[in-house]
Every structure is written in structure tokens, then in C-alpha cells.
Design a protein around this ligand. Structure first.
Ligand code: UFG
Length: 342
């Protein structure tokens, strides 16, 4: 019988791509999503790709009773991948309590249920934001966790601590935190992708919307950083590479291959690209010239971050297969498909 995996936030950006990867690998999937930052149409997109409709529960993980009821109903869950969370850095500064409530209560309620199970497996969606501006590049998992720049970042740090402490107290709980660098791109079929609500805060959706004529021009935040071209450097990782990494991490848990019952991995390409290089990569694959202007630095931005992926390469036997151009091409295809629909 297939193993059954709960994917919270499974209609979101990284969640939906991971659901596809899980189904293609033969897992049965149950999605929990409260549609607060996603659309029910994503379910159709997933089904179009895999020809399998995942089970879906519209449920708010902040409601402890609902979480308990869910696990009553689904007693056969073999593992949980927990994506559901709020993720806008600026919004978290404006409304910290919303972020702490959303991102931490949900995590606590899930773990409370899981620890009662016989062999619980848990994967947590973490972020390179836990490192802040690291002193050394590339960033290894041993780099110190610095004071968070935002309540959002703090929820990821605290989330990891909650899992660490729970794993120490509950040895039969097996967990992995995956620290993503900058996830971009879309499924190559363009049936699912990133769906930002309102004005995009992140670089790539802003680029694709500008090229599609929905935004006048891209504002590049700062060109006076201490980098070769003056713009910030990030490690842009294709969402399908991330999705595959989740499946590998899950199988590591299910096959009891862990060295400790809590492990942490960086997920990135290992390569840093500047904002200008990202724009050039987009222009190359789309054949379109992107209008942009330089503006002041954005508050809270770090200068440069890219992953040392040695641990994920060695332990998970995972390496990113796509580069920034592949990711831009898929993001652009997705944007064009969205324009056709509208
Ligand atoms: N940028 C622009 N113009 C824009 C948007 C972004 O110049 O309109 C620049 C940013 O200044 C930054 C780079 O593009 O240099 C990437 O910015 P994103 O907002 O796409 O991504 P961040 O690196 O700021 O944020 C990502 C995740 C967060 C996470 C953070 C940790 O989206 O969830 O990494 O560093 F917290």
C-alpha cells in the first residue's frame, strides 16, 4: 500500500510542486490548506500534471480542535511536510502577532498530534533567513543563527527550536528542517507556479509581471552594495529541485536512515547571482528587454547569501539540476499562461 503524506500549505508555491513530486513518486497525498494565500484552482493544476487528485481539507491549523479532528479522521498518515505559514517579511513587521500566531501555533498543534503516533516523521519548511548576513560565504549549516531581521524570520528560528526541543524529548519523532535559499520558477508544464496576491514582493514574480506589462518597471533595491555590480547576491533555486529534495528527505525519514532524529539541510544551488544577473538571465530566456530603474536599498536586505550545499549533496545525495536560466524560463512560461487566462 502507498504511504500517505500530509502536506500542509499544499496549494501554496513550494507545497504544490512538492505534492506533484510526491505523487509522481507513488505517495498518496492529503493536503491541508486554508486558502489564505492560495487558490483552489491549484488543485486542478496538480491533477492535470499527475492525473491524480490529492485529498484536500480546507482547514485552519490555528484551530487546535480542527487539527485534532483531522488526525482522528486520518489515522493512517505516515509523514507530514509542513509548509503552511505566512511568508511576507514586510507584513510580518507590520503585524508580528499574526505571524507568531500563524506560524507557531500551527507547528505546535501538529507536533502535539504527531508525538502521540508510533513512528512520526516531520519535515519543516525553514529558510536561509535564519542565518541573517552570514560572516562567511558560502553558508554552511554550521553558520551561527543570528538575531532575526523580522518577525517572519524569527518564526523560522523559533520553529526550528521548537522542533529541536521536541525531538530531544520525544526520541521516536524523526524530523528534518530544510533551509531554502531563494525559491523561484514553476513546473515546466506551466500548470502550477507562483501566485502572488497583489503587488509581488519578491524579485522573480515582479520581473515576469513587468515583462507581461502588468508593472511599469522593476525597481532594483540598491546598486551601491559591496558586490561586483553593486546589487545584492542571492542563491536562486528552482522550485522543482526543492520539491525533489523534500521527497528525498521524506524517504530518508521513512527508511530510518537518519544519524540523529533531528537534522538540518541547506537547499540551494551553491551559486550566487546578483539582481542584475537575474535580470539578464530573464532577458536571455524570454528574448524581452526588461525596463528597470535603481532605487534606494530596501530595509532589512542582506548583501549576499548563497548556500554551501555539501551536506545535502553528500547526505541526501541531492544536487540542484536546474540553473537560474531554466528557472526563469519556467517562471516566464507560467506568467504567460496566467495572462492567457485573464
Ligand atoms: N529585489 C529588487 N526589486 C524587487 C524585489 C526584490 O531589487 O522588486 C531584490 C532584493 O533587494 C534582493 C533580491 O532582489 O536583493 C531578492 O529579493 P526577494 O524579495 O525575491 O528575496 P529575499 O532574498 O529578500 O527573500 C527571500 C525569501 C524570504 C526569506 C529571505 C531570506 O523570499 O522568505 O529570502 O533572506 F526570508
Amino acid at each position: 500500500m502507498n504511504k500517505k503524506i500530509l502536506v500542509t500549505g499544499g496549494l501554496g508555491f513550494i507545497g504544490s510542486h512538492t505534492v506533484v513530486a510526491l505523487q509522481e513518486r507513488g505517495f498518496d497525498v492529503v493536503i491541508i490548506d486554508n486558502l489564505s494565500n492560495s487558490s483552489i484552482e491549484v488543485l486542478g493544476g496538480i491533477t492535470k500534471i499527475t492525473r491524480i487528485s490529492p485529498e484536500f481539507e480546507n482547514l485552519d491549523l490555528r484551530d487546535k480542535q480542527s487539527v485534532n479532528n483531522f488526525f482522528e479522521k486520518y489515522q493512517d498518515i505516515d509523514g507530514v511536510i509542513h509548509f503552511a505559514a505566512s511568508k511576507a517579511v514586510g507584513e510580518s513587521v507590520q503585524n508580528p502577532l499574526l505571524y507568531y500566531e500563524n506560524n507557531l501555533n500551527s507547528l505546535i498543534y501538529l507536533l502535539q498530534q504527531l508525538k502521540e503516533k508510533e513512528a512520526p516523521k516531520f519535515i519543516f519548511s525553514s529558510s536561509c533567513t535564519v542565518y541573517g548576513q552570514a560572516d562567511e560565504l558560502p553558508i554552511t549549516e554550521n553558520a551561527p543563527v543570528k538575531k532575526a531581521e523580522s518577525p517572519y524570520g524569527n518564526t523560522k528560528q523559533i520553529g526550528e527550536e521548537i522542533i529541536f526541543d521536541t525531538c530531544s524529548a520525544v526520541p521516536h519523532l524523526k524530523a528534518i528542517s530544510l533551509r531554502y535559499f531563494n525559491p523561484i520558477g514553476a513546473h515546466h508544464s506551466a500548470n502550477i507556479g507562483e501566485l502572488p496576491i497583489g503587488t509581488p514582493q519578491n524579485l522573480v514574480p515582479y520581473i515576469t509581471q513587468t515583462a507581461a506589462g502588468k508593472r511599469e518597471q522593476l525597481s532594483i533595491f540598491g546598486n551601491d552594495y559591496p558586490t561586483p555590480d553593486g546589487t545584492c547576491i542571492r542563491d536562486y533555486i528552482h522550485v522543482m529541485d526543492l520539491a525533489r529534495a523534500h521527497v528525498i528527505a521524506l524517504e530518508r525519514l521513512l527508511d530510518n536512515e537518519q544519524e540523529n532524529n533531528y537534522e538540518v539541510f541547506n537547499l540551494g544551488t551553491g551559486k550566487g547571482n546578483s539582481v542584475l544577473e537575474a535580470v539578464q538571465a530573464f532577458e536571455k530566456v524570454s528574448g524581452k528587454k526588461l525596463p528597470y530603474t535603481f532605487v534606494d536599498r530596501r530595509e532589512g536586505d542582506i548583501v549576499a547569501a548563497y548556500a554551501d550545499t555539501t551536506k545535502a549533496n553528500r547526505v541526501l545525495n541531492w544536487t540542484a539540476e536546474f540553473n537560474i536560466e531554466d528557472a526563469m524560463e519556467s517562471a516566464w512560461k507560467w506568467q504567460q499562461k496566467l495572462e492567457e487566462k485573464n
